[in-house]
Ligand binder design. Structure first.
Ligand SMILES: O=C(CO)[C@H](O)[C@H](O)COP(=O)(O)O
Length: 217
């Protein structure tokens, strides 16, 4: 099966936001990945509801919203209203993860759970059947442009086994340092969704880079 490609929308230049989203609309990107950072869960701040709404206003593809924030349960409904189709929360940020997953699903959004590189996939044993997406961070969250962590390959295999064991339908998403060198092995190990930020946007031809990622095996 061809992978789902979810370029990470930078939104670093407000003037270019519309053209960035329009390029993605015209590309083979399947989803738009949006990173929300609060300066507390991660040492960086990205943007909030108004910018997400602006992206949603122009986007013709599903918005895959990754919350790198503490107490995400306080904002789930607002992220849904702002246009999120999938909402991922970090296991490390949730005191009551099972409840938060149900809260996301109650809004009609798909529920994702993200794990930091140091977090064992085994911690998802009792909640993976409820999740639609598991986002394995392949860099420490907070910044684009970091080096891919090789241990991710092992985590994908362990995650895939757990998904099968628990009869879960969850997709495995890989986020951080994804490029054309590591994409084939990520897919071979069992990744379903590839998030790519700097590799796409710093390439000479982002639309072609998305095609290349989509056809990598
Ligand atoms: O936000 C991130 C980490 O928090 C990700 O790394 C980002 O979503 C993808 O960027 P890149 O492909 O440059 O690693």
């Amino acid at each position: 099966m061809r992978p789902i490609i979810a370029p990470s929308v930078l939104a670093s230049d407000f003037a270019n936001l519309q053209s960035e989203v329009e390029m993605l609309n015209n590309s083979q990107a399947d989803w738009l990945h949006i990173d929300i950072m609060d300066g507390r869960f991660v040492p960086n701040i990205s943007f909030g509801f108004p910018v997400l709404e602006a992206i949603g206003h122009h986007a013709q593809k599903p918005l895959d919203v990754h919350l790198m924030i503490v107490e995400p349960e306080l904002y789930i409904e607002r992220f849904r209203e702002a246009g999120a189709d999938t909402i991922s929360v970090h296991l490390e940020a949730c005191r009551h993860l099972h409840r938060t997953v149900q809260q996301i699903k109650a809004t009609g959004a798909k529920a994702g759970i993200a794990l930091n590189p140091h977090t064992s996939v085994q911690l998802l044993e009792d909640v993976v059947a409820d999740a639609d997406l598991i986002c394995l961070m392949s860099v420490n969250p907070g910044f684009g442009g970091q080096k891919f962590i090789e241990n991710t390959y092992r985590k994908i295999e362990a995650m895939k086994n757990l998904i099968i064991q628990r009869n879960s339908q969850a997709l495995i998403e890989i986020d951080g340092g994804v490029n054309l060198d590591n994409a084939p092995l990520l897919l071979e190990k069992g990744a379903d969704v590839l998030v790519a930020g700097s590799f796409v946007f710093s390439s000479a031809d982002p639309m072609q880079t998305i095609v290349d990622l989509k056809s990598s095996k």
